[in-house]
Design a protein around this ligand. Structure first.
Ligand code: TRP
Ligand code: ZN
Length: 896
């Protein structure tokens, strides 16, 4: 039984520290089980604070020595606990020397200094530096670092840290050292060290101002042929930030290092980014188009942090979205621009929409459920127990939506002016979200006080819209209102500023010019209305016929739009909406309506019937050759299961799965001729290249195969099997395999085995193999449950609970991406969940907490499932030695 709760940290309790650190000189003597870290800190009093002790944080440190200005501390001037040292020091300056001993080999948390495949790596965000040495571990302490790394030459020929290499040399006993100097002051969460056996891909580039910089991608030997795409992405990101925001690389050397064991995607350490191999390594035979796309965006994301995160950083961790929301927005814009540029002028708008649709899908599937559950928090949280639990879809994705709304409200130039002002005021400092929005406000002469509510209010706002047509006057009166449901700890909500992009479609399918009552001229066919009160009306005039409104174009705000549209109107917008994002959304809404009706029928044991109108609308999109393939692939993909469950009251995964199986079979069999023709008709270039047009064709073909296999169409299954056998790249090979497995056709098992044989030594490809099987649907009720397969795979030689990628692939996919098989009525899925969360927690609390979150929305499910979940939640809560990470998730889930 957990004895006590971890303390709650509150945003309003922020206090500046009485002492800060100007310079840090670190020396690492690396040994697998006994690394000795010597730290010299030049400390000064903070003039803004009256008085107080020098406070240092530590976590699991063995302290060998601590001196102040060369002397032992005076008796009575030191207060120590396991995690904190307070020193009373006379005067305004002090030099501390601290020696600690740590055990990288035993560090299974992957936070602090740890070992991976014989090398040493660090991860310090958010609070990992305190696991290396005693230090005031907060982002507002910004110091200049010099680092000496000393290690064994044979096992660690490469010794890296932040900044510039200033010295290196040999030492006795087969050891060597390297000394690094980072010219920029930084918080300790951006410190990094790598000592490993790696090889490098290098490129020299000139920055906009003509400075030569050295770019490096470090990988294990044998992976150099997979590093080129990441390097290209880095160069593209550099150019984009110069052109879009006038921001240049400020270092002479910029390094990316790939590591196999990593809790998250990647980390923006100053000049020494550390990446999960998943977001670096790609070649056509092992990586899919989606992998190529993710690598490009993560490389760019970390690169963009150099300005939005590193040069200007966060004052405290409550401000996390200051760097993450802004940097996600920047990487989204970058990816959209890259796709548009590759697609060419004609297809640019569609390419951008496809990217936007991807982002909206993620938001709806991951962030909306979070915002409706026990972990709901504003993008700038008010409290936390464990900061690692707040690297969330809300802070990242909704945070990016909030920045996007500023961009929409202020326009691209206004936004750029705000960014310029932000950097001119805050370069080199640790600031708050208010500082950012104030710079935007000042640069544009616009009051953004009400807009700040987006930073403090949790929950997804509902926007309701109703239109009334006045045929005699040729006018259309639109009434829009907003409402945000209560979230834990926030019962009352105020009206937000909501930018609502809208268009009015005429009966011929063409957009009408938008003219508001009182205006002399119409102003475009898409306009942004601003809803800033609970309810407001707009009257559009000069219309020749009753229009169909297209609201929230481009998904202009992170809200749920509630508008009454009958099937015919959804089909009309599916066919005609000029806004590609809304055209996709019309298809999603129609599919959602059909699926939820089928699920209700399944739950009541009634017969399921798919409305012909939906099949027809779907077929029209499928056949529309004018639409590019990537868009068609988006529009024909059904809404994510996680999103649909969120819309179901109560969530009934078995009924929803029955509905999905039925709809997939119906579409696949009714449209089999079209689908087969599409697979055979879309010609692919012989040589794989990562290009949006090619990727779009491959995506559409793979989707068509999926429907054909779902329908067990014999010729379609044969096509999938043939494409699997003959594929020249991973996108085609895995797409065909996934279609066979999804359809649970006879060919699936053989294909899975062949895939395993081909890639048995390739960890990243095997992650796909694990994830695919964890997501398997049961189409035959007599077949063994997927749970049995997951249990068998846990024992596979290629699986390891110590590797986060493996855990996310197998357990993450099963718990999150396969609701019907996870939420078995007998509760056996929940027993597996509890058992694995407890096992993981003993080694890696961050990863365990991520898995634990799979059950946080347990109260949304049917009473029978809730009753099966509760005891397993309680079992985890009561586990011996539970971490604060998992404890916070479970306590919040169980709270009334
Ligand atoms: N700052 C990283 C990013 O770019 C996130 C991150 C990487 C992280 N590793 C982490 C956060 C470990 C917490 C713990 O988004
Ligand atoms: Zn980030």
């Amino acid at each position: 039984m957990k004895a006590e709760h971890a303390p709650t940290i509150r945003r309003t309790e922020f206090m500046p520290l009485p002492w800060t650190v100007l310079r840090v000189d670190l020396h690492f003597s690396l040994h697998p089980e006994a690394t000795v870290v010597t730290s010299r800190l030049a400390c000064v009093r903070n003039r803004a604070v009256d008085a107080g002790a020098l406070v240092l944080d530590g976590d699991e440190l063995e302290t060998l020595a601590l001196t102040i200005d060369g002397c032992d501390p005076q008796p009575g001037t030191v207060r120590r606990s396991a995690s904190r040292i307070e020193l009373d020091i006379d005067g305004d300056e002090a030099e501390l020397e601290i020696v600690t001993r740590i055990n990288p080999r035993a560090n299974s948390t992957l936070s602090g200094l740890y070992q991976s495949r014989g090398g040493y790596f660090t991860q310090c965000e958010a609070e990992g530096f305190r696991r290396i040495t005693w230090f005031p571990d907060r982002p507002d302490v910004m110091a200049r670092f010099t680092v000496t790394v000393e290690g064994e030459r044979a096992s660690c020929p490469v010794l890296l840290s932040n900044g510039n290499l200033v010295e290196e040399g040999e030492l006795p006993d087969g050891r060597h050292y390297a000394r690094w100097e980072d010219p920029f002051p930084k918080p300790c969460y951006l410190f990094a060290l790598v000592a490993a056996d790696l090889v490098v891909l290098e490129r020299r580039e000139l920055t906009a101002s003509g400075r030569e910089v050295l770019l490096q991608v470090w990988v294990e030997a044998g992976n150099l042929d997979r590093a080129g795409h990441a390097m290209d992405a880095l160069v593209h990101a550099m150019r984009w930030d110069e052109e879009t925001f006038g921001l240049e690389l400020d270092l002479d050397r910029y390094m990316i290092v790939a590591v196999s064991d990593f809790n998250m995607g990647a980390m923006e350490n100053k000049g020494l980014n550390i990446f999960n191999t998943k977001y670096v390594l790609a070649k056509p035979d092992t990586a899919t188009d989606a992998d190529y796309e993710h690598i490009e965006s993560v490389v760019a994301h970390e690169y963009f942090h150099n300005w939005t995160g590193n040069r200007v950083t966060c004052r405290d961790w409550f401000q996390l979205t200051l760097k993450e929301g802004l940097t996600v927005f920047r990487d989204q814009q970058f990816s959209a621009d890259m796709l548009a540029a590759a697609a060419g002028a004609e297809a640019a708008a569609s390419a951008r929409a496809v990217k936007r649709i991807d982002d909206v899908r993620v938001l709806r599937a991951a962030q909306f459920p979070e915002d409706a559950g026990p972990m709901a928090h504003p993008i700038r949280p008010d409290s936390y127990q464990e900061i690692n639990n707040f690297y969330t879809a809300t802070v990242y994705e909704k945070g990016a939506e909030v920045i996007r709304m500023l961009h929409t409200l202020l326009g691209p130039e206004g936004f750029r002016n705000g960014m310029d002002l932000y950097f001119s005021y805050h370069d080199g400092s640790a600031v708050t979200c208010d500082d950012f929005v104030e710079a935007m406000s000042e640069a544009n002469g616009r009051d953004l006080d009400q807009f700040m509510l987006w930073y403090s209010q949790a929950g997804t706002p509902r926007v309701k819209a109703e239109g009334v047509w006045d045929g005699a006057a040729g006018s259309y009166l639109l009434t829009v209102s907003q409402y945000t449901p209560p979230t834990p700890g926030q019962a009352e909500k105020q009206a937000l500023v909501i930018p609502l992009a809208i268009g009015l479609i005429g009966p011929d399918g063409e957009d009408r010019p938008l003219q508001l009552e009182g205006e002399a001229h119409p102003g475009g066919t898409t306009r942004v209305l601003e809803l800033s009160s609970e309810s407001r009306q707009w009257r559009f005039v000069g219309l020749d016929a009753e229009p169909v409104p297209s609201l929230l174009r481009g998904f202009s705000a992170p809200v749920i739009l509630e508008v009454e549209e009958d099937d015919a109107r959804l089909a009309f917008r599916m066919a005609h909406d000029a806004d590609a994002c809304n055209r996709w959304d019309a298809a999603q809404r129609y599919a959602e309506r059909v699926l939820l009706a089928l699920a209700a029928a399944a739950a009541d044991g009634r017969a399921m019937a798919v409305p012909q109108g939906f099949v027809d609308a779907f077929a029209r999109l499928l056949r529309d050759q004018r639409l590019d393939a990537a868009f068609r692939a988006q529009a024909l993909s059904l809404p994510a299961e996680a999103y649909l469950l969120e819309r179901m009251q109560p969530a009934d995964p078995a009924a929803l799965r029955a509905a999905q199986i039925h709809l997939g079979m119906t579409l696949g069999s009714m449209l089999a001729d079209d689908l087969r023709a599409l697979v055979e008709g879309l010609v692919e270039p012989a040589e794989y290249r990562y290009h949006p047009a090619d990727a779009g064709r491959r995506a559409l073909i793979n989707l068509a195969l999926r429907y054909l296999c779902a329908a067990r169409d014999a010729r379609g299954v044969a096509l999938a099997a043939q494409r699997f056998a003959e594929a020249g790249n991973m996108t085609d090979r895995f797409g065909a395999l996934a279609a066979l497995v999804h359809g649970a056709v006879a060919e699936a098992e053989g294909a899975l085995a062949a895939f395993y044989r081909r890639y048995r030594d390739d960890a990243l490809v095997l992650d796909k193999w694990f994830a695919l099987q964890a997501g398997m649907w049961r189409r035959d009720p007599a077949a063994p449950p997927t749970l049995a397969r997951v249990r068998a795979l846990l024992a596979d030689a290629a699986f390891s609970l110590a590797n986060p990628n493996k855990v996310y692939a197998l357990l993450g996919s099963f718990f999150r991406a396969n609701p019907a098989e996870f939420h078995l009525p007998d509760g056996s899925g929940y027993a597996l969940w509890a058992e694995q969360v407890i096992a993981l927690d003993a080694a890696n609390p961050q990863v365990a907490a991520r898995m634990a979150r799979a059950l946080e929305n347990w109260r949304r499910f049917t009473p029978a499932l809730q009753a099966a979940m509760r005891p397993q939640l309680e079992r985890v809560r009561d586990a011996e030695g539970l971490s604060a990470d998992v404890g916070e998730i479970i306590d919040k889930a169980l709270a009334d």
